[in-house]
Design a protein around this ligand. Structure first.
Ligand code: NAD
Ligand code: ZN
Length: 359
């Protein structure tokens, strides 16, 4: 069976396009209980962007701190319950922030119409009803969460996405001006998520002409942003990185991530390490699997003088490493793509533990 996936319905791209958000939302304001919910990264509280949010008096604007932890099932249930109880069903949800806020907005949209805890829906096609209208406005680029079919949530038992057609945004607003303020380290780690998405997408059994075309273009843009003569955080590079993030995500819709993401999920689930940072920590030691990619990654680290710790495993207990290895092992779709259908003959819990011990 070939994949039949849904894309974003509408996309605006361009510097300053955030100013069009009010007009875009106007068409949908009459739906349900006729108010919008803006879920905004706490970083923007008190910043000029706060005043540009096109909120009306009846709307709800929630500033969310994404630094304490990655999005959780409990957090989504609580956003949904508090809004339904006080104001009813919103006309739409608008997420303004990074990958964390993109996932919070996508998951909230779905949970407004699906009863019970979001833990019930972690997995593929478990959601029963379409969510409400939802818009993504990314403010940091790389995860591809603005385009993907999944909203990754950490629950009491697993870190797993709500993945279905209805997860995809109805609208995205890609305004590269919004990513200009991203601190350099995050600019690097999150941008590298795109780079790693493409390397993993390309190096595996599911790669095909479709995923390759997007990955190739996204890698070209990443190289311009992180390696070219004009590399660094400039307006032109912000344009490129925003498009690279989107294309990296599109490459994955028709392929898969691989070894690095499997290890990264273990780090996030057991130690709480942030996704993009965890990817960088793992990718740095995966030359056995992605020799050229890791070599190029190291050049980028050096060029931008990025601080990436090593020797972390010395501080971890065997129990922690075993738990991480089990999280990673339980992502068969990633191993299947990266290693092949006979992956269980090559990859064991002990082998994964050895990979963690390199970090
Ligand atoms: P993030 O949203 O966690 O934000 C990282 C930091 O950047 C935060 O401190 C945030 O406040 C800050 N920030 C955001 N925009 C800023 C700006 N314009 N200026 C200054 N600071 C800014 O970062 P992320 O790396 O984009 O997202 C990570 C999350 O994405 C993880 O939870 C991960 O699971 C998820 N993810 C989802 C998918 C998907 O397909 N759904 C894919 C990859 C990762
Ligand atoms: Zn990723």
């Amino acid at each position: 069976m070939h994949k039949n996936f849904k894309g974003i319905e509408k996309t605006v791209f361009g510097r300053g396009s955030f100013s069009q958000l009010g007009d875009i939302l106007a068409e949908r304001r009459g739906d349900n209980a006729k108010f919008m919910v803006f879920l905004v990264d706490q970083y923007f509280k008190g910043k000029p962007l706060e005043k540009q949010i096109p909120a009306k008096p009846e709307d709800v604007v929630m500033f969310i701190d994404v630094d304490t932890h990655e999005p959780t099932t409990e957090q989504i249930d609580s956003i949904r319950d508090s809004i339904l109880k006080t104001k009813g069903l919103p006309a739409g949800v608008v997420g303004i922030g990074g990958g964390s806020i993109m996932d919070i907005a996508k998951a909230s949209s779905l949970m407004f119409t699906n009863e019970g805890s979001s833990t019930l829906y972690q997995g593929l096609n478990l959601i029963k009803k379409p969510g409400i209208y939802h818009v993504g406005v990314p403010t940091i680029s790389g995860t591809g969460a603005e385009v993907s079919m999944t909203a990754v949530l950490t629950g009491p038992e697993k870190k797993l996405g709500l993945k279905c057609e209805w997860t995809v945004f109805n609208q995205v607003v890609l305004d590269p001006d919004l990513i200009a303020s991203v601190p350099r380290n995050w600019w690097f780690y999150t941008g590298m998520d795109t780079y790693i998405h493409c390397i993993e997408s390309e190096n595996g059994t599911l790669n095909n002409a479709y995923s390759h075309a997007y990955a190739e273009q996204a890698l070209k843009l990443c190289r311009e942003v992180y390696l070219g003569d004009k590399s660094g955080q400039t307006p032109d590079n912000d344009d490129k990185l925003m498009v690279a993030s989107l294309m990296g995500g599109l490459s994955l819709t028709y392929s898969e991530v691989g070894v690095c993401h499997a290890l990264s999920y273990g780090l996030s689930k057991i130690l709480g390490t942030r996704h993009c940072y965890a990817n960088c920590i793992a990718f740095n030691h995966l030359e056995d699997f992605y020799a050229d990619g890791v070599k190029e990654f190291k050049t980028m680290i050096k060029k931008h003088n990025i601080d990436l710790p090593q020797g972390l495993a010395k501080e971890w207990t065997d129990d922690q490493i075993t738990k991480m290895a089990h999280v990673a092992y339980n992502l068969p779709h990633m191993w299947n793509h990266a290693i092949g259908t006979d992956w269980k003959e090559k990859i064991t819990i002990d082998k994964i533990k050895d990979l963690y011990k390199r970090l």
